[in-house]
Design a protein around this ligand. Structure first.
Ligand code: PSU
Ligand code: MN
Length: 311
């Protein structure tokens, strides 16, 4: 099924996603940058499938989003996922890169920010990913703030995540979200999580345990006229988490190496993640896979509660 939006941008929904949306069933959008720039092949392909299965277990239809052949694809086949996972050099496409990526044609991997644009255009209310971008450590001199945060102020999508990676400055990330009135609700947990660590050490501004209350709150946010995201956090299972101190040390070392190698801009996230993975002998990658799957399951469960609320 094909839909044209704003006359020049084509948003192509898979039949399953189009049917689910038409019938008011729950759909959860999923990013593709984590496939191409997060994990390595073949772990990335296997994880992308397990993430889709987890959304289904939660009670929703998964919709992985990507740029393919100059159109925004919403909902991908197993063959599409395999192609994205195994093709080297697919560009990372964040919000500002999207117009040129679509004009050029070819493949593009969508970040959280550009995935929210795709979800909003397709009419999908929920998105799940393990770790959002945020304010980087040292942002007071580098000015590096992920456009994920800016997009949260523009897209009407509920974002389910395990907080943000510890490679970021999580305190400043929370301040940014507060300044821009992006609600942050922690589902069945007290702290703002830190991706593959259960807690960032920062208490969440708000804990909610009832999925119906989450669903109502999301709708209230939009009913109040906000054209912005609603953040819901869910932490990694303690058994899958990595040790805080070990990750912190690895990050400090990776940041020194990044400065030495002159890495900055949109390449820094992947560089730091890979360095932390090497320093933890692959433990952070395994935790990364676990947290992607658990977040997707909770995303499916909350999207289903939201669809029931609207029914
Ligand atoms: N979180 C991860 N791994 C990732 C990313 C986030 O655990 O690869 C990606 C997401 O696609 C996110 C992007 O949207 O990094 C943010 O990049 P930047 O900081 O350049 O905006
Ligand atoms: Mn950046």
């Amino acid at each position: 099924m094909t839909r044209k939006v704003h006359s020049t941008v084509e948003v192509r929904l898979s039949e399953e996603v189009a049917d689910a949306l038409a019938e008011g069933r729950a759909v959860v959008a999923l990013e593709s940058n984590v496939i191409t720039h997060g994990l390595r092949y073949p772990d990335n392909a296997a994880t992308a499938h397990r993430v889709e299965d987890a959304v289904r277990e939660g009670g929703a239809v998964p919709a992985t989003v990507a740029v393919d052949d100059g159109v925004i694809r919403v909902g991908m086949t197993a063959a599409d996922i395999e192609r994205f996972a195994s093709t080297p050099g697919i560009p990372k496409v964040s919000a500002r890169d999207l117009p040129v990526a679509l004009a050029r044609g070819g493949m593009g991997a969508l970040t959280v920010a550009s995935s929210l644009i795709a979800a909003d255009l397709a009419g999908i209310a929920f998105f799940a990913s393990a770790g959002i971008g945020g304010v980087h450590r040292g942002a007071e001199t580098s000015m590096d703030i992920s456009s994920d945060l800016i997009q949260f102020t523009r897209s009407r999508v509920a974002v389910v995540c395990a907080g943000a990676k510890k490679i970021l400055d999580l305190g400043l990330t929370m301040e940014y979200l507060e300044t821009h009135s992006v609600p942050v609700v922690s589902y069945r947990s007290a702290d703002f999580p830190a991706f593959y660590c259960v807690s960032s050490g920062i208490p969440s501004p708000c804990r909610v345990d009832d999925p119906t209350v989450v669903a109502r709150a999301v709708e209230n946010h939009w009913a109040l006229g906000n054209h912005s995201a609603f953040l819901i956090t869910t932490p990694v299972d303690a058994a899958e988490a990595v040790d805080d101190a070990e990750v912190d040390r690895a990050i400090e070392e990776a940041m020194v190496a990044a400065r030495r190698d002159g890495v900055r801009g949109n390449a820094i996230t992947k560089y730091l993640m890979r360095a932390v993975d090497a320093a933890t002998q692959g433990r952070s990658s395994r935790a990364n896979m676990a947290v992607l799957i658990s977040t997707a399951r909770t995303g499916g469960h909350l999207a289903a509660a939201h669809a029931r609320h609207l029914a």
